[in-house]
Design a protein around this ligand. Structure first.
Ligand code: SF4
Ligand code: SF4
Length: 62
């Protein structure tokens, strides 16, 4: 199953990844991006591309 890796120390909670994700995988909770719908991730890479902080360095496949 694919899911984004979020580096919490780098995340500024801007929500750009939430808006970029076509599958509603992400939410900002407590000021940090959080994976809330892991099963829906299609590994499209939009969140990785759009994060201005580089806080989503990769999509994990496991
Ligand atoms: S890789 Fe695509 S589907 Fe998965 S969380 Fe990122 S934007 Fe959403
Ligand atoms: S786009 Fe990056 S900095 Fe903004 S909420 Fe998502 S992970 Fe955090």
């Amino acid at each position: 199953m694919a899911h984004p890796i979020i580096v919490e120390d780098e995340c500024i909670g801007c929500g750009i990844c939430v808006d970029a994700c076509p599958q509603e995988v992400l939410e900002v909770t407590g000021g940090v991006a959080t994976v809330v719908n892991e099963d829906s991730c299609i590994a499209c890479g939009e969140c990785v591309e759009e994060c201005p902080m580089g806080a989503i360095p990769e999509i994990a496949e496991d």
